[in-house]
Design a protein around this ligand. Structure first.
Ligand code: NAD
Ligand code: PPY
Length: 358
């Protein structure tokens, strides 16, 4: 009898799961592939319904990192870690959080460099400083301690570049990537989304925002954005939907009614369930331009790997991040030429790079 896998399509190299009785937290590290180099990807800390959900998230996110690194041409593999917290991050006191970081750092260290981490949802550069007390395999330390900081600003620049490329592909705006006058809805006003919202507003877009955190919405509203309810994010008419929260926003059912022309954002795994629902095909059929997330959000990886592994300057990171636009134009052209979804075209590009490396 076949064993039912936690993640149906997991073909990764390693997944470790640990429990720490003292803090009540579970720790998952997923190494999907080291074909292009040591696996790398951020640490996500949040509450999950079950340990199985945490494993499923970590493994899917790690697989997405493999594809991201390959498309971005970075010499790294794909990995990710998840810390499943017993209570929301805001309710974890300083002592308990420090212990959680120490346990995670020891787990990362035990892999001996097979996996390097960095900030993601629920973790910051300051947290990477704490990991560094135990392991050298933590990237994205704070600038104050000599690190390059988190990748969030570069991710935001890359996402905005992706929005411009997708808008041009959709024939919106000035046809050249200009977003002035377009209605842009940003979901999630965290480290990445808040900056994307700023860039869109500076470029003259009509800005709509949503976040579960009312304070973040209020701050955006004070700068002129219109706030919509989190529940209405896939029902609100806009030109560009920019998912910058957690993944799984678009399944086939949502794709059939999504009232927008472009989807381009930072959230990892925006297509629900590894797109087994076929959302990408529905978007293509409806003429909605989808910028594959692992291309659009690769600015953070370019920043972290560029600064920490390749010794790039911030200017080099910016130049490479802006090339996301060119990569997307190629993906869009391939999708049109071969009659496939943009998701498939980008995956094919990654697969060719991985095959070349093999
Ligand atoms: P963050 O934790 O700083 O921000 C996420 C925001 O989304 C928070 O404000 C949260 O309240 C909000 N949110 C969560 N669920 C929501 C919902 N259902 N509706 C509305 N708002 C919701 O995270 P971040 O670093 O900004 O990352 C955002 C996304 O981009 C994540 O999926 C992350 O994995 C991805 N990403 C981030 C980076 C990076 O450099 N930080 C790089 C690549 C991809
Ligand atoms: C992501 O792009 O989702 C990341 O997690 C960024 C990243 C890349 C490499 C190390 C740490 C974080």
């Amino acid at each position: 009898m076949d064993i039912q896998p936690v993640v149906p399509s997991w073909d990764g190299e390693l997944c470790s799961v640990r429990f720490d009785r003292e803090t009540g937290a579970w720790f998952v590290i997923a190494v999907h592939s080291t074909r292009l180099g040591p696996a790398s990807g951020g640490t996500r800390a949040m509450v999950y319904p079950s340990v199985g959900d945490a494993v499923a998230d970590a493994t899917r996110l790690a697989a997405a990192m493999t594809t991201k690194m390959a498309v971005a041409g970075l010499p790294m593999g794909g990995g990710k870690s998840v810390i499943a917290l017993p209570v929301p991050r805001a309710a974890v006191d300083g002592t308990r959080w420090r212990r959680i970081l120490q346990v995670h750092a020891a787990n990362v260290q035990q892999l001996g460099g097979t996996y390097t981490t960095g900030p993601d949802i629920g973790t910051s550069s300051a947290d990477m400083d704490v990991l560094r007390e135990t392991t050298a395999f933590a990237f994205g330390r704070s600038v104050a301690t000599g690190g390059p900081g988190s990748g969030a600003p570069a991710t935001a620049l890359g996402v905005f570049t992706a929005v411009r490329a997708a808008v041009a592909e959709a024939g919106l705006g000035d046809g050249n990537g200009g977003v002035a006058g377009l209605r842009i809805l940003v979901q999630g006003l965290g480290a990445v989304g808040a900056r994307v919202a700023e860039l869109a507003a500076e470029a003259g877009a009509e800005l709509l925002v949503t976040d579960l955190d009312p304070e973040r919405c209020a701050a955006a509203a004070a700068r002129g954005a219109r706030v919509v309810s989190p529940a209405d994010v896939t029902r609100t008419r806009c030109d560009v939907l920019v998912p910058c929260a957690t993944g799984g926003l678009v399944d086939a059912r949502v794709a059939r009614t999504l009232p927008c022309a472009v989807v381009a954002g930072a959230a990892n795994n925006q297509l629900a369930d590894g797109d087994r629902s076929g959302a990408a095909r529905v978007l293509t059929r409806r003429g909605i331009v989808y910028a594959p997330d692992f291309v659009a959000n690769s600015g953070g990886a370019i920043h972290i790997v560029g600064r920490e592994v390749l010794g790039w300057t911030e200017d080099q990171v910016t130049r490479r991040t802006l090339q996301i636009g060119r990569t997307l134009h190629r993906v869009f052209a391939d999708a049109r030429a071969y009659g496939i979804t943009t998701e498939q075209a980008a995956r094919d590009l990654a697969a060719r790079r991985l095959a070349d490396a093999a």
